[in-house]
Design a protein around this ligand. Structure first.
Ligand code: FES
Ligand code: FES
Length: 172
């Protein structure tokens, strides 16, 4: 073991992780190589493309430049933690239904950013979607389908929310 390694402890998709890391290691390296979760990909390696998106304490970060040790004590989530009980979430399903990928290399990053957008803005305009996802690049050029998928996921999520809302105003 290197003398420069440090114990890193955090929660990954709800499960506790405890591992030795080097000061130079990124969170992407730790989640992929030490934890075996390979859904986040390294493409540019410079924080420019969004393929390596990982969620840290509710905020999406570029895992390829995020120092692993900064995740100490944090809640970390990757694309592997999005589906629940074997069921894809609304954004994942919409990406499939709209064919919003070709090689899929960029897809986990787009999905995590789209989920964050729809959480903060449940009914974004096309311009708002494009602007929010401007940091995510797709070399296959699946942008029209990605836009359609985010809109479809938003529609479905709003429909679920409206059905769940109590219809009796006295019950609110
Ligand atoms: S691989 Fe991290 S932003 Fe491109
Ligand atoms: S689907 Fe290939 S890079 Fe986006």
């Amino acid at each position: 073991m290197s003398t420069t390694s440090t114990l890193l402890q955090f929660r990954l998709n709800g499960e506790p992780v405890s591992t030795q890391v080097e000061a130079y290691e990124t969170l992407l390296e730790v989640t992929r190589t030490r934890c075996g979760l390979v859904g986040a990909r390294e493409s540019c390696g410079q924080g420019l493309c969004g393929c390596c998106a990982i969620v840290v304490n509710g905020e999406t970060v570029t895992g390829c430049i995020f120092p692993a040790m900064h995740a100490e004590g944090c809640d970390v989530a990757t694309i592997e933690g999005v589906a629940q009980d074997g069921k894809l979430d609304a954004v994942q399903q919409a990406f499939i239904d709209c064919g919003a990928f070709q090689c899929g290399f960029c897809t986990s990053g787009f999905i995590l950013m789209s989920r964050q957008l729809l959480h903060r803005n449940p009914d974004p305009t096309d311009a708002e979607i494009r602007n929010y996802l401007a940091g995510n690049l797709c070399r296959c050029g699946a942008y029209p389908e990605i836009l359609a998928a985010v809109k479809l996921a938003g529609e479905r999520m709003r429909a679920v929310r409206s059905q769940a809302a109590p219809t009796d105003p006295l019950a609110r």
